[in-house]
Design a binder for this molecule. Structure first.
Ligand code: NDP
Length: 318
């Protein structure tokens, strides 16, 4: 396939694997890139020397382009940026912060920059900041998300109406039909996270992968908006959050309840009770842990089938 995004990233399919803390290291990123998509290393959970090592391993595992996701909340961000530049990583996805902060610097070093947003307002700010493309992420998405609860179905056409630069849709997309729907709404590509959590190459704990596969519609919720909104599985930790809300606890109390390293505990160490299990609504559509290359192939094949069906299916006939 050839479009603005495949040309921008020099990839085969407009299918991007989301950079996810504790889940997307070099094994997943290189597997997705080798399969024709764009793999992303999620640097938010990596100490600087770990990111350095992960980039080197990714480069050894693939000749194809790959990216690093850089959450601006990361405490040692300067070190991560220096590592990315040192290793000549071609593409960076920035998130959770102001797109003006790092775009110019990264672009001066020849890096393609994409910023993740959840509203038209921040999409426009990103375009003004000079990014090459944006990820527009809807309410359905797993992990950290916008407060406004705008669904992907509404967000993508609104962003497409407002922007000139390429748009990557994220949130609620887990198969080829979803990919086609997002592109019909105005996206140039899709970013998929949850589906790749349940891949063989994801660094998520097997307990978390199994939980994703077993998750049903209604098992996730967007919560903790007072701190950083996050979509997660309703587990014992979430019950404690509900209790805190019922008792009208303060934001400080919520921060104390969350504590440090909840995401690591849940997603990396596999503590299904006390950990934070960040995953999207689309988990209800994920039924198997598969190799990443097979996930890419299935999505692309489903996409082609769904595209062909638009022209032949009875329900689309006038
Ligand atoms: P916490 O504050 O609860 O824990 C920090 C975690 O990050 C720890 O588990 C720690 O690992 C790890 N870590 C990696 N590098 C560093 C470092 N240089 N200093 C301190 N800790 C580090 O944060 P969360 O688990 O909720 O979030 C982790 C990261 O995810 C954040 O630092 C941020 O970068 C990112 N994030 C991204 C968001 C987004 O929208 N993309 C939103 C919110 C957070 P260890 O336990 O081994 O010490």
């Amino acid at each position: 396939m050839k479009n603005r995004i495949t040309s921008l990233f020099n990839i085969e399919y407009p299918l991007i694997q989301a950079g996810m803390i504790w889940c997307s290291g070099w094994e997943l990123a290189s597997a997705v890139s080798n399969a024709g998509g764009l793999g992303i290393i999620g640097s938010g959970s990596m100490y600087p020397e770990i990111l350095d090592e992960q980039i080197q391993k990714c480069k050894q595992a693939t000749d194809k382009p790959f990216a690093v996701n850089l959450p601006m909340l990361y405490p040692d961000i300067d070190k991560h940026v220096a590592t990315i530049i040192k290793h000549k990583v071609p593409i960076v996805f920035t998130s959770a912060g102001n797109p003006k902060t790092w775009t110019k610097h990264l672009k001066e070093h020849g890096i393609t920059v994409v910023h993740v947003v959840s509203s038209v307002k921040f999409a426009l700010k990103s375009q003004e900041a000079g990014v090459d493309a944006i990820v527009a992420e809807g309410f359905e998405a797993g992990g950290h998300n916008g407060k406004d609860e705008t669904t992907t179905f509404c967000l993508i056409p609104m962003v497409a109406e407002a922007l000139d630069i390429p748009i990557i849709a994220a949130g609620g997309i887990g198969n080829g039909a979803g990919m086609l729907a997002a592109m019909n709404l105005g996206a140039d590509a899709v970013q998929i996270g949850s589906r790749f959590v349940a891949s063989e190459e994801s660094s998520a704990h097997i307990n978390f992968k199994n939980t994703v596969v077993q998750a049903k519609e209604g098992d996730t919720i967007l919560t903790l908006k007072e701190i950083t909104p996050v979509r997660l599985i309703k587990n014992a930790f979430y019950s404690q959050v509900v209790e805190a809300y019922n008792e009208c606890k303060s934001v400080e109390d919520l921060v104390t309840l969350l504590g440090r390293g909840r995401a690591k505990k849940g997603m990396f160490e596999g503590d299904l009770e006390e950990g934070e299990l960040e995953i999207g609504q689309v988990s209800g559509l994920i039924h198997k842990i598969l190799p990443a290359a097979q996930i890419v192939e299935e999505i692309v094949n489903d996409f082609k089938t769904a595209l062909a069906a638009q022209n032949t299916n009875e329900k689309f006939k006038f």
